[in-house]
Design a protein. Sequence first.
Length: 119
Amino acid sequence: MYNWISQNQMAIADGVSSEGLSVIVGVHSYVEPLWDIHVKDVQSALNTAYSKSINCTSTEVLMGYKAKPMTETKLLTVVQNDLDRFDLKQLRVNVKERITADQAKQKEYYDRPGREANE
């Protein structure tokens, strides 16, 4: 299965478990030179994966802090870039006005006198 992997690629994959390597090779079995670009992502995923048996991640046990997965870091960067494009003060003012208008409308419905009961 791994007969086409070069010595350089094996040196890169040295820190990856056999499970991670089989996942990487399985994904890129048809395109030989591209599998090693995913080693860092797989290592990060394995190190930040929650383990039920120890009730935390392996990074948390070994280094004493909870590491964020690389995908979460990338996602936070994208979210922050989107937030930078919005004027949050104006957005909050608009939301407050809509909530106030909706509450006033609901208060009208609530304060309306009901029909008298039939005897």
